[in-house]
Every structure is written in structure tokens, then in C-alpha cells.
Design a protein around this ligand. Structure first.
Ligand code: HEM
Length: 293
């Protein structure tokens, strides 16, 4: 870890320790409000000095777990929403279809809720296609090492203490990934022609698979949907004229557009910066969530 990364982790530690302090001051074991309270309840009920929940060790684990949740959850989710906006700006016919579906099902006013997902198959399909093309965690986010000895995977033996990383691109959009026309952005590939419903494809595993797969798949999928659907419901996204012109003038415009959308990054991938014009779809409507009123 370099110095800047160390400083960032230290800043998170300070912030989250203060939050744990705030929780501890008003903590009641019979009224657990959130994850921190549940963890504090476990700490207060642990007398085993060997346990990871014991007293100061427990508190240290709590702060570290909160850091893990922020590190694993922030960039992955925001990059997914950012990619969705960029893909919609690049594919306006898809964006218009998504918006029409949302307006038909919810109107202009009511903010989307998780339960709306079942009534918005094309919106879901568009997000799945963004997930497939954007591939936000190209190497499966976290490396794994077999510290307990050699492991046999099919015909291969991985020697002890060797790191194994996934390559999701090979599954999601590589030339031999098994998708028809893998480079084409086409949400309809996820819609079952007969039923009109979303059909999932087993090899699209953005949250990985197995014992260590992302514990927040349900939360993250729902969050990305809520942001995406609310944004498309209320705003129109288009490349600004100059950016369009620059793309057209480029020696290989199609390649430039592809490069911008392919994004950049290491552990997680984010879209490259690109100017996007944002217009309110209906300027009279409120931008504040008033669903509960
Ligand atoms: C679109 C958003 C997200 C994507 C694509 C994603 C993807 C992943 C992937 C690929 C892994 C690695 C699984 C493995 O090692 O096999 C992972 C692990 C993890 N994710 Fe997510 N994630 C997302 C959002 C979140 C959120 C919002 C949280 C927390 C609130 C979270 C918490 C974690 C944690 C704690 C792990 C480590 C699990 C372990 O090692 O046992 N993730 N995620």
C-alpha cells in the first residue's frame, strides 16, 4: 500500500471509529438499529477471550469490517451507475425505451422502488447489458490464495500459496464468451421473446460465485436499479455536441467511442471522463423523493 492509500485508510478509520463511538453512547441491546448495533450486541455478549468479538479486539474487528464494506461497496456501485449513464448517452434509442417503460409503469412523479423491478423488464435488461459490457470488477475484485495446500481445479493443480484471479471479461464479452455478437450493446438479448420477461444467463456473474461471492449482491443490484431508474425517469443524457464532433473527427471514431466506454482502472473499472449533457425530462416535477407523502 502506498502512502496516499495508507492515509485514506487512516482517514476512514478515524471517521468510522467516531461513528462506532456515537453508536456505543446510545446503544441498547433490545433496540438494534443497524449493522453497528448488531455487532456491538455480539461484542457485549462475548466473554471468551479467544473470540474475535471480545472487547477491544471486537471493536477493532468492527471498524475494520466497516472499512471493508465501504471499500468493497462504494466504487463498485458508483462505477456501475456511472457506466449505466454513459451507455445510455451512447445508445439513446435504448435510453428512450427505458424511459418510456418507466413512465408507463410509474408515471413521471413517483420514484422507483425495488418492487417495481418486476414491472420494468427492459430497464432490468438494459442494466444487465451494462453489467456485461462494463465489467466493473474484471478480475473478480479480490484475489484468492490456497494457503492450506495444493488444489485441483479440473485438469489443473494449483500449487500451495498461489494466487488465483478470475477473468470475467472472458465470460462476459470476450470473443469466445459464447454470446451472440458480444461487442454489440443489445439489452434485448436478456428478454425472452415469448414471455417478454427477463432471462438471466448463468455465466454473467458480476458478484462472482462460491463461498466468497459478494455478500451484498441483493443490496447492490437494488441500489444500482434505484439510482438508474430514477435518473432515467427524470433526466435525459446525451453526449455534448463538441464531444460528438471530436468523436466524429477522430481518425477511428468507432474505436474512440469504444475506448471511452471500455473505461479504465485496476481492481474496479470506471468509465473514462466524457462530457455529457443532462436535461430535465419534465422541469415542473419535483426532484425530491416524496413517495411517502
Ligand atoms: C455493483 C456493485 C458490486 C459488485 C459488482 C461487487 C462485486 C464483488 C465481487 C466480484 C466480489 C469478490 C467475490 C470473490 O472474492 O469471489 C465482492 C466481494 C465483496 N463485496 Fe461486493 N460488489 C458490489 C457491491 C458491494 C456492496 C454495496 C458491498 C457492501 C455494502 C459489498 C461488499 C463486499 C464484501 C464485504 C466482499 C468480500 C466478501 C468476502 O471476501 O467474503 N459489495 N464483491
Amino acid at each position: 500500500m502506498d502512502d496516499r492509500a495508507r492515509l485514506r485508510v487512516q482517514a476512514m478509520k478515524t471517521l468510522l471509529s467516531a461513528e462506532v463511538d456515537r453508536h456505543q453512547k446510545v446503544f441498547e441491546s433490545t433496540n438494534q438499529r443497524d449493522f453497528i448495533d448488531a455487532f456491538l450486541a455480539e461484542i457485549s455478549g462475548t466473554s471468551d477471550t479467544e473470540s474475535a468479538f471480545h472487547e477491544s479486539e471486537g471493536r477493532e474487528q468492527l471498524v475494520q469490517t466497516l472499512i471493508d464494506l465501504f471499500v468493497a461497496g462504494t466504487e463498485t456501485t458508483s462505477a456501475s451507475v456511472a457506466f449505466a449513464v454513459h451507455y445510455m448517452a451512447a445508445h439513446r434509442e435504448v435510453q428512450d425505451r427505458v424511459r418510456a417503460e418507466i413512465h408507463d409503469a410509474l408515471g413521471h412523479d413517483r420514484f422507483p422502488e425495488s418492487s417495481d423491478r418486476q414491472d420494468l423488464p427492459y430497464t432490468e435488461a438494459a442494466l444487465l447489458e451494462v453489467v456485461r459490457m462494463a465489467n466493473v470488477t474484471p478480475r473478480g475484485l479480490l484475489p484468492h490464495a490456497n494457503m492450506a495446500g495444493p488444489v485441483k481445479i479440473g485438469p489443473y493443480t494449483v500449487p500451495e500459496a498461489h494466487t488465483v484471479q478470475a477473468s470475467f471479461g472472458l465470460l462476459f464479452n470476450g470473443a469466445d464468451s459464447g454470446w451472440a455478437d458480444p461487442d454489440k450493446f443489445d439489452p434485448d438479448r436478456f428478454i425472452d421473446e415469448e414471455s417478454g420477461k427477463v432471462q438471466r444467463v448463468a455465466r454473467l456473474i458480476p458478484f462472482s460465485t462460491g463461498k466468497r461471492q459478494c455478500p451484498a449482491e441483493t443490496l447492490a443490484t437494488s441500489q444500482v436499479f434505484l439510482f438508474f431508474a430514477a435518473l432515467i425517469q427524470r433526466f435525459k443524457f446525451e453526449p455534448v455536441e463538441e464531444a460528438e464532433k471530436a468523436k466524429k473527427k477522430a481518425k477511428k471514431p468507432a474505436e474512440l467511442a469504444k475506448k471511452l466506454l471500455a473505461g479504465a482502472g485496476g481492481v474496479t473499472r470506471s468509465p473514462l471522463p466524457e462530457a455529457i449533457k443532462i436535461t430535465r425530462v419534465n422541469s415542473k416535477r419535483s426532484l425530491v423523493n416524496n413517495n411517502s407523502k
